[in-house]
Design a protein around this ligand. Sequence first.
Ligand SMILES: Nc1nc2c(ncn2[C@@H]2O[C@H](COP(=O)(O)OP(=O)(O)OP(=O)(O)O)[C@@H](O)[C@H]2O)c(=O)[nH]1
Ligand SMILES: [K+]
Ligand SMILES: [Mg+2]
Length: 391
Amino acid sequence: MNVKLSDVLYLGCAEYHLGQLKAKIAKLRTQLLEPPKGSSGAGEGFEVTKYGHGRVALIGFPSVGKSTLLTMLTGTHSEAASYEFTTLTCIPGIIHYNDTKIQLLDLPGIIEGASEGKGRGRQVIAVSKSSDIVLMVLDASKSEGHRQILTRELEAVGLRLNKRPPQIYFKKKKTGGISFNSTLHLTHIDEKLCYQILHEYKIHNAEVLFREDATVDDLIDVIEGNRKYMKCIYVYNKIDVVGIDDVDRLSRQPNSIVISCNLKLNLDRLLAKMWEAMGLVRVYTKPQGQQPDFAEPVVLSSDRGGCTVEDFCNHIHRSLVKDVKYVLVWGTSARHYPQHCGLSHPLQDEDVVQIVKKKEREDGGGRGRFKSHSNAPVRISDREKKAPLKT
Ligand SMILES: Nc1nc2c(ncn2[C@@H]2O[C@H](COP(=O)(O)OP(=O)(O)OP(=O)(O)O)[C@@H](O)[C@H]2O)c(=O)[nH]1
Ligand SMILES: [K+]
Ligand SMILES: [Mg+2]
């Protein structure tokens, strides 16, 4: 659908100026935030090696209890005290949960202005960007405005919390001018404004297709292309010092959980929520004629490389994929047990997979780790016990 200018006269002059201004600011921010060449932007005391199946960063104002929480969840000691800025570097710990290992990072407190480099804001934000999810730790007894302030700081550097990427198709071209289309009526942006913003980026040939009623900010995000979309859990700590009404209200906010490190309240729920938000997929390998290996799952994630049978094979060995004829799958991703699946089949948490190789079939099969198809029963995992499998 081509949008005519006459359709969009509702956009006043001020909107156009504001739109252009937003694009200018976004451009400048991007230049400002570019780390020096050859550096990750993290800096001394913050260059922590990734470890485990996922990484979670603790972000929050000073003295909300981040270090206390790290010590409680990982057993790694991180100095905690009643004065602000006790923590000055990045302190890693490991959480063992559901047969997976999660790296938890304690960080210095950040304050308003962090995105412009106040305190250790820059370093903290660089580390947060390297994580899979963020736990924003908040003091339940302090102002609720803290949550908005921190969200703004993180947004200013291109992090988008609990949002999905805008549904805008955008492709730069060599020639042909700007093609502007939308699949629905737009109320925040029109062709002229879109042109102006693209012009600001010196883009004169491109295809733009709006699939939702997006805003100027959404369009800028898509043009900039460097935004990071992350899940964030808001962790209200110190509920031991507030009234039950406050606890009740905070716990009902979206993506939130209330805890007390001092009283060890709700920490198990926090872990469960965190693990769920990471979207990890544990896949158990089953050699032919044997029980699946339930001790050590292959851990996949849609954010880190994907969850298909092919991703699973690549995890075991790079060269495996070309030898795979098909796989047998037991578990929630299968319609019946075992289901014969190809490389593109998406796996789900706690699936059991047996690989059937091409050669083995041709040879009459039988040798090696992954032998041909067998209907030998498999040990059934907790989830599968609820929906018993026929093997
Ligand atoms: N009442 C109460 N106090 C807590 C709780 N958790 C932590 N504290 C106290 O809060 C203070 C700050 O804790 P820290 O763990 O140092 O906080 P932090 O967020 O790491 O602080 P910085 O590193 O300075 O940013 C300490 O005195 C803790 O004992 C809690 O659940 N309830
Ligand atoms: K502190
Ligand atoms: Mg600390």
